[in-house]
Design a protein around this ligand. Structure first.
Ligand SMILES: Cc1cc2nc3c(=O)[nH]c(=O)nc-3n(C[C@H](O)[C@H](O)[C@H](O)COP(=O)(O)OP(=O)(O)OC[C@H]3O[C@@H](n4cnc5c(N)ncnc54)[C@H](O)[C@@H]3O)c2cc1C
Length: 465
């Protein structure tokens, strides 16, 4: 298993075609806007080598016969899924942001199931690749979401809005198009391309799953901008070490050799990827986000203590409410894992109803948690001068006077970062849309809930049967 340092060094060996605001980035690893997001991923490698976290951060692989990093592991039991959520909470606490490796982990589990259903040839090909990934401990991003264009038109009516196969050769395929919102894309070794929707006969060119090197010829990445991202590395960063990242990935006639093509034209197996991934990923939010909210709750609790209001009943009640909402999300993530069932391929799948209820809550409760945090922090959250002023001979005294000192000012910046600075991308908008917008969960809840059983219980108790 790679150490954090080996992971970061390995990124230097890629020849990434990455752009920020029209400028090519020669050295992404040391770029001040990117490095914090690399540090977040590196934490997933670091915890695999620490005594106190090694059990959660690694797992025994049946494929290699060794322990592997959990982010490359197949879910082999309900305990594995519970451990995943527990590890995600620790990582959320350690980084205060998105550590970017969950999409790849959830995607490889979904693909294990889907390729099993697609038949032995595809499955063996996938398992061979996955075994190599477990040994090399590479970081994967999961590329599912297409641009999609007009939402009521089919992919076949607007092919440019979807990543698709444009050529089939004897030794592989050629793909063209974009994948959007790629969490950790510029920090990945490989892009795990997944189908972005459900397709029908005549749309086989879109029913595609494959692995592509992040620096393969024809792959271009555009870094997504986040609020205050230019503050990274400055005294006003808020979160000093860590950050999140999303990129657009553009595939310009990218060749993918057959051994890395896992689904090609199988619309049924492509649909399986979608449902399996949605379950895994929607319950993942029951781990990482509670970890992030632990940090936010801690920050405003500390601010309240430092300015003397922490014993007030109303303040305690607000902290209790933040904790209650955080644990509601976590409880659902754990419950979905505990109630998992085994797919015939061997992989364990979370309870779909609870996973979707978990994510549905994640589209709402974080807004209440951040609202309370903004309430408790006070107005300085939005009006505080730059922290660089502390070092000025005259302004430093003013800063100390208005903030009560650097400690309070720094905590305030952390709250700003998490509520509406660059940390708000994972803490708010990703909570809303990541793993599917709210309506996507309501569709699954509608399909999965046992309406017949519910109505039968009611009829029985009402004396109708
Ligand atoms: C921070 C962040 C990180 C992400 N990371 C990843 C990642 O790593 N990999 C990845 O593949 N994707 C990722 N995503 C993408 C995420 O899965 C999508 O944002 C999500 O599926 C919604 O798609 P969209 O953004 O195109 O929204 P849209 O489709 O534009 O939806 C906008 C609104 O329209 C509604 N809508 C759309 N179509 C319909 C319809 N047919 N019927 C009714 N209502 C409809 C939606 O419900 C929503 O309310 C990420 C997103 C974010 C914000």
């Amino acid at each position: 298993m790679k150490t954090a340092t080996e992971y970061i060094d390995s990124l230097r060996r890629r020849n990434l075609d990455l752009w920020i605001d029209g400028e090519r980035v020669d050295n992404p690893v040391d770029h001040h806007m990117i490095r914090p997001s690399i540090e977040s991923v590196a934490m997933t490698y670091r915890l695999a080598h620490l005594d106190e976290t090694v059990r959660l951060a690694t797992a025994h692989s049946e494929l290699t016969g060794t322990r592997v990093n959990r982010f490359t592991h197949l879910f082999a039991s309900p305990d594995d899924l519970v451990d995943k959520v527990s590890l995600q909470r620790i990582l959320g606490q350690a980084t205060g942001t998105c550590f970017q490796r969950c999409v790849g982990m959830d995607a490889l589990n979904a693909l294990f199931i889907a390729t099993w259903e697609a038949g032995p040839e595809k499955h063996e090909r996938f398992v061979k690749w996955l075994t190599e990934v477990q040994v090399s401990d590479e970081m994967l991003c999961g590329a599912m979401t297409d641009a999609k264009g007009h939402r009521r038109k089919r992919a076949a009516e607007q092919p440019d809005a979807f990543l698709r196969i444009v050529e089939r050769r004897a030794d592989g395929i050629v793909v063209r198009g974009a994948k959007l919102h790629q969490t950790g894309g510029a920090n990945a070794h490989q892009i795990l391309v997944l189908p972005g929707g459900t397709y029908r006969e005549g749309e086989e060119d879109f029913a595609l799953a494959a692995a592509v090197r992040a620096d393969a010829p024809g792959v271009t990445m555009l870094l997504g901008r986040q609020p205050s991202d230019k503050r990274r590395g400055s005294p006003d960063a808020g979160n000093f070490t860590f950050g999140g990242q999303e990129v657009v990935v553009w595939f310009e006639d990218v060749f993918i050799p057959t051994e890395h093509v896992f689904l090609d034209g199988d619309v049924t197996a492509a649909a399986t990827v979608l449902t399996a991934f949605a379950g895994f990923h929607r319950s993942s939010y029951g781990g990482c986000k509670p970890g992030n909210f632990d940090v936010l709750t801690g920050a405003v609790a500390q601010l309240a203590e430092d300015c003397g209001v922490s014993r007030h009943a109303a303040v305690r009640d607000k902290l209790i409410e933040m904790t209650h909402l955080t644990e509601t999300i976590h409880g659902l993530g754990l419950a979905a894992s505990h109630k998992s069932t085994q797919h015939v391929s061997g992989v364990w799948q979370v309870d779909p109803l609870l996973a979707n209820v978990c994510k549905q809550n994640v589209t709402r409760l974080p807004y209440e948690i951040t609202r309370i945090a903004e309430d408790l922090a006070g107005g300085l959250l939005a009006t505080m001068p730059g922290l660089g002023s502390f070092d000025h001979p005259k302004l430093g005294a003013i800063m100390n006077n208005i903030t009560g000192g650097k400690r309070r000012a720094k905590l305030m910046r952390l709250v700003e970062y998490m509520t509406y600075g660059s940390g708000a991308v994972p803490l708010r908008i990703e909570c809303m849309h990541g793993a599917g917008s709210p309506q996507a969960q309501r569709i699954v809840i509608e399909r999965t809930a046992d309406w017949t059983g519910r109505m039968a219980s009611a009829r029985k108790l009402a004396g109708l049967e």
